[in-house]
Design a protein around this ligand. Structure first.
Ligand SMILES: O=C(O)CCC(=O)C(=O)O
Ligand SMILES: [Fe+2]
Length: 364
């Protein structure tokens, strides 16, 4: 058991669930225990079709990740954030250049207030990748990599198989574009949110992270009970994302939306002050940001579903691979374009052009 192999890791006791009645988003709950049952995959694909086309968010239960493996990752995150500041800052984000390593609390865009979060981004540790890593993280490489591989096999590959089924494509259509062993910007993020007083939060309209979309294909948020995440619904309302015990919250992101002509929605989401019974508790988040491999060309992917929906056009048919951007180029351009010290207004005005694609950063 990993926890016994690394006794020095400080456990992160998960706080109790909120008892506050919140205005929750109606998110589909996909039960992966049905995967091998007759018709199970088809049933799950139908659920994902509806969820990804409307909310862009869904929850997966019974994902096949043992609780002790999750507990160990939370303990790793907790131990990392209690390191002396200079050790955390050994590898630090370079704004406009890279987002690997640690990001200390910054100043909230356009204000004099400090963020209440710190984060660390860990690129997957695969052959041939040479991204900077903390000495601390290197010590735990086998633990980190075995967890990431397990999540890839048990959850990520299955999401992409379901997406292929729902779009009436061969099952390997999206899994061929997402390979753990191949170069891509797949990474895991740990975020620790500290509490703030009512007055401090009031000054920032209770917002802990501005509304945004994610850059890649899909993002996973591992189970944690503090209510803080909100999703922007198709009706343009903010709704809370409900914690489902053992459930992994998933959202679709920009690249999968581009490839499916926005059939799959890249949902805007944000993080807010938790309800009163949880507002005095720190929040630890562990995320898996999944991105296509660097060589994948960003282009509209044909699907009979898109065709029937009238989303497939003559231009899509005539799309030329030669002048198209790859996912590697796209992700680098977006990462370099992201400058945490830039104000929301500056970001909003900018349209980033990556070859044929135009992307607007949405910060709301
Ligand atoms: O803390 C959360 O639940 C969401 C964080 C998030 O959206 C992000 O890091 O992109
Ligand atoms: Fe996000």
């Amino acid at each position: 058991m990993p926890a016994l192999v690394y006794p020095e890791l400080k456990p992160w006791p998960q706080p109790p669930e909120t008892t506050t009645e919140l205005d929750y988003a109606p998110l589909a709950v996909l039960d992966f225990a049905k995967w091998d049952a007759p018709g199970g995959k088809e049933e799950l694909a139908a659920q994902l079709k509806e969820a990804s086309h409307t909310m862009g968010f869904w929850t997966i239960i019974n994902p096949g990740i043992p609780q002790d493996a999750l507990d160990t990752q939370f303990a790793l995150a907790n131990t990392f954030f209690t390191l002396p500041q200079e050790e955390k800052e050994e590898i630090t984000f370079v704004p406009g250049e890279s987002c690997w390593g640690y990001r200390p609390p910054g100043t909230i865009k356009g204000t004099e207030f400090k963020e209440n979060l710190e984060m660390v981004n860990m690129h997957k540790f695969t052959e041939g990748t040479n991204y900077p890593r903390h000495t601390f993280m290197k010590r735990y490489e086998p633990l980190i990599t075995s967890f990431q591989k397990l999540v890839f096999e048990q959850v990520i590959n299955k999401i992409f198989i379901l997406m292929a089924i729902m779009l009436e494509l061969p099952e390997n259509h999206f899994t061929d574009m997402h390979k753990f062993e191949k170069a891509s910007d797949d990474h895991v993020r740990f975020i620790k949110y500290r509490t703030r007083t009512v007055e401090e939060d009031k000054a920032v309209s209770d917002q802990w992270m501005a509304g945004h979309t994610d850059f890649g294909s899909v993002t996973l948020l591992f189970p944690q009970p503090i209510a803080a995440l909100q999703v922007r619904t198709p009706e343009d309302e903010w709704k809370w994302v409900r914690y489902v015990p053992g459930g992994i919250v998933c959202n679709a992101a920009d690249l999968i939306a581009l490839m499916t002509k926005n059939y799959v929605k890249s949902a805007i989401h944000r993080v807010m002050r938790p309800p009163p019974d949880q507002a005095n508790l720190e929040r630890m988040g562990i995320f898996f940001f999944v991105r296509p491999t660097n060589d994948v060309i960003i282009k509209p992917n044909f699907s009979p579903v898109l065709q029937r929906e009238g989303l497939w056009t003559k231009e899509d048919e005539e799309f030329k691979d030669e002048d198209a951007a790859t996912c590697g180029e796209f992700v680098i351009a977006r990462m370099q374009n992201f400058n945490p010290s830039r104000t929301k207004e500056q970001h909003d005005k900018e349209v980033l052009k990556v070859k044929q694609w135009e992307v607007v950063n949405k910060y709301i």
